[in-house]
Design a protein around this ligand. Structure first.
Ligand code: CP
Ligand code: NVA
Length: 307
């Protein structure tokens, strides 16, 4: 992964994902050294963030480097200055760029023009860093991926897309229940099926949350209204009626199923309070793992010994 961009989780091989998870676990167990001494990461964010911003910043500090946060107002990506110029200027100062953008094309364009690695810190297309932390969490809780079923209930959004591709890479079955109009595109499902053919992962898109969740080992949901879609909130609440992960739905999953959510959550919409606060919820372990996974990604991409 040394020197490479991370724009989609599908940029990684199954071996890369395993290396990220193994490195994350080693770092979580206290084996981390200042491998990024003297390195600087620019955090170029067009949207708000708690987990991603803080975990990148703390990860750089813990690895001996540092992060520089650049707010949307300061940079005016594509407005004050073209994306290509921002990428080329930043490449002269910093060792890597983590970018959170509205359009997926913006993070792709940054990567095209930057001379340093660009990491997708969430775009409207994907959230690969979240999916890596999620795969780490599942591996920790269940000890494996193969033979497990991850069921995603809700919007076929950035988080769902990266999870689908990530599941396909590691051989975990992925089922998604989304209403018509909010599904993952056929082209991307085809891509995941292609990846899954090699790892043994089955991909299924269904309409009924009950069908998706039945017997699942991991029940995952994310907000119905993502950042930038606030104007559609009322319409989305109507469209996703019946797609809430609540105790009744969770009862259909495997008895030992874990409940995951990338956060922030809209309690009472995609997830009921009783579930997110319930015994099967691992959402705060999952949030913590953003830090460990981020450290691994940064060390592997930026570290001198990164593979
Ligand atoms: N899960 C996640 O990416 O959270 P933030 O938007 O707070 O970074
Ligand atoms: N789908 C959400 C994820 C937030 C971490 C969004 O894009 O707003």
């Amino acid at each position: 992964m040394h020197g490479r961009d991370l724009i989609s989780i599908a940029d990684l091989s199954p071996q890369d994902v395993q290396r990220v998870v193994d490195t994350s676990l080693a770092m979580k167990n206290g084996h981390s050294s200042p491998v990024l001494k003297g390195k600087t990461l620019a955090l170029l964010f067009e949207k708000p963030s708690l987990r991603t911003r803080v975990s990148f910043d703390v990860a750089m500090q813990q690895l001996g480097g540092h992060a520089l946060y650049l707010s949307p107002a300061e940079v005016g990506l594509g407005e004050r200055e073209p994306v290509a110029d921002v990428a080329r200027v930043l490449s002269r100062y910093v060792d890597a760029i983590a970018a959170r953008t509205f359009k997926h094309e913006t993070v792709e364009e940054l990567a095209r023009w930057a001379d340093v690695p660009v990491i997708n810190a969430l775009s409207d297309g994907e959230h690969p860093c979240q999916a890596l932390a999620d795969l780490l969490t599942i591996y920790e809780k269940k000890g494996r991926w193969q033979g497990l079923v991850l069921s995603f209930v809700g919007d076929g959004n950035n988080v769902a897309r990266s999870l689908m591709l990530g599941s396909a890479l590691v051989g975990m079955d992925f089922r998604i229940a989304a209403p018509r109009g909010y599904r993952i595109s056929r082209a991307l499902v085809d891509k995941a099926e292609g990846v899954g053919a090699a790892s043994g992962a089955a991909i299924a898109c269904v309409e009924s949350p009950q069908e998706a969740v039945r017997g699942a080992d991991v029940v995952y949901t994310d907000v119905w209204t993502s950042m930038g879609q606030e104007g559609e909130r009322a319409e989305r609440r109507r469209s996703f009626d019946g797609y809430q992960v609540n105790a009744e739905l969770l009862a259909l999953a495997s008895p030992g199923a874990i409940v995951m959510h990338d956060l922030p959550a809209h309690r009472g919409e995609e997830i009921a309070d009783e579930v997110i606060e319930g015994l099967q919820s691992v959402v705060f372990d999952q949030a913590e793992n953003r830090l460990h996974a981020q450290k691994a990604v940064l060390a592997l991409i930026l570290g001198e010994e990164g593979a």
